[in-house]
Design a protein around this ligand. Structure first.
Ligand SMILES: [Zn+2]
Length: 332
């Protein structure tokens, strides 16, 4: 059934395990931390543990009726809610959640709700959820997952027990990822780009993502050389997807920034990235000016990504173009 625990989640897991053993499981948990740390997997494993009929092991047993139903995604005591196409969790979904929570469990024990991307609750839905949190039905445990808890209502945050996930050390992340990478060089590069977030690094190692990233890096270098203009570059957004491009731009910006801040920058294994870096170092702008521009782009980037991911943004292509335009003026 569920795979082994992710090695950087031991502490969080043992806290939950202890609470289960001493019968002090909370009504609601808020799983927070950056994207790429395996919070969703943790939530699923926690749901399995809380629903498992076998009370002994450190993980769900994988054999009991509840575990088997869970493995085939048909356990009636688990409800998973996530944003639909609209990227928003709507009030109807929360009503369904409340309804699920108020009914008795099929196996006369617990029920679990996993709510992914909790920050995607619209205001009405958040207020409706608050009601369920204020009067928690006895046997239901809510696992709310969020990359961006700052966007949640404070009253909602305060009614949950927080489980924080942090970025593991390079060593821990590397050990976990090593047999999934073709070479040590690929591994180090992926981890560096992903800021040591192991699941994000794993995404980067998949061919489709690598290709997308190289397309973006190439286009970025060509743009700095004046061979491609921002509008042409942004047009690639139609095939790769604006969000994907924004993600890579964000990663690249923070990687270049890191190199820029090193007294003796390490060798860069990716050819395109190395080209971008050298184009910037040989630009007519002063080092300080490039730095302050990079930092300003980096600050705008987070905001822009939220806009692109949000529902209210009328034109993601335009947001992308404005960021690219600023990038294009970095070197000249
Ligand atoms: Zn079990």
């Amino acid at each position: 059934m569920e795979s082994a625990l992710l090695p950087w989640q031991n502490q969080q897991w043992h806290r939950l395990l202890q609470q289960r053993q001493s019968d002090r499981v909370a009504h609601a948990y808020l799983l927070v931390g950056e994207r790429g740390l395996g919070k969703k997997l943790f939530a699923r494993q926690a749901a399995a543990l809380l629903l498992c009929k076998e009370g002994e092991g450190e993980l769900a047993c994988g054999r009991c009726r509840s575990c088997q139903l869970l493995a085939s995604n048909s356990n009636p005591d688990l409800l998973t809610v996530e944003p639909e196409d609209s990227k928003v969790i709507k009030i109807d979904q929360v009503r369904q959640l409340a309804d699920f929570a108020s009914k008795t469990s099929h196996s006369n024990s617990r029920k679990v709700v996993i709510l992914h991307n909790t920050e995607a609750l619209n205001l009405n839905a958040a207020n409706a959820l608050l009601k369920t949190l204020e009067e928690p039905p006895g046997s239901t445990v809510l696992l709310l997952v969020s990359d961006n808890p700052g966007r949640l209502l404070p009253t909602l945050r305060s009614r949950c027990q927080r489980i924080l996930f942090t970025v593991p050390s390079l060593e821990t992340a590397g050990d976990w990822l090593r047999d999934k990478a073709a070479s040590e060089e690929d591994l180090q590069e992926a981890l560096s780009l992903a800021g040591n977030r192991p699941l994000l690094a794993l995404e980067l190692l998949t061919s489709e993502d690598r290709q997308a990233r190289n397309t973006v890096l190439k286009a970025l270098a060509a743009m700095l050389e004046g061979r491609v203009d921002p509008v042409e570059f942004a047009a690639t957004g139609k095939t790769l997807g604006v969000e994907k491009i924004m993600e890579w731009l964000c990663q690249t910006t923070s990687q270049v920034l890191k190199l820029w801040l090193c007294d003796e920058p390490p060798a860069v294994s990716n050819r395109e990235l190395s080209r971008i870096y050298s184009l910037l170092t040989s630009s007519s702008r002063s080092d300080d000016e490039v730095l302050s521009r990079l930092m300003s782009i980096s600050r705008t980037m987070d905001e822009a990504r939220q806009q692109v991911a949000g529902v209210s943004n009328p034109n993601p292509q335009l947001v992308l173009e404005s960021i690219l335009w600023r990038w294009s003026r970095l070197a000249s």
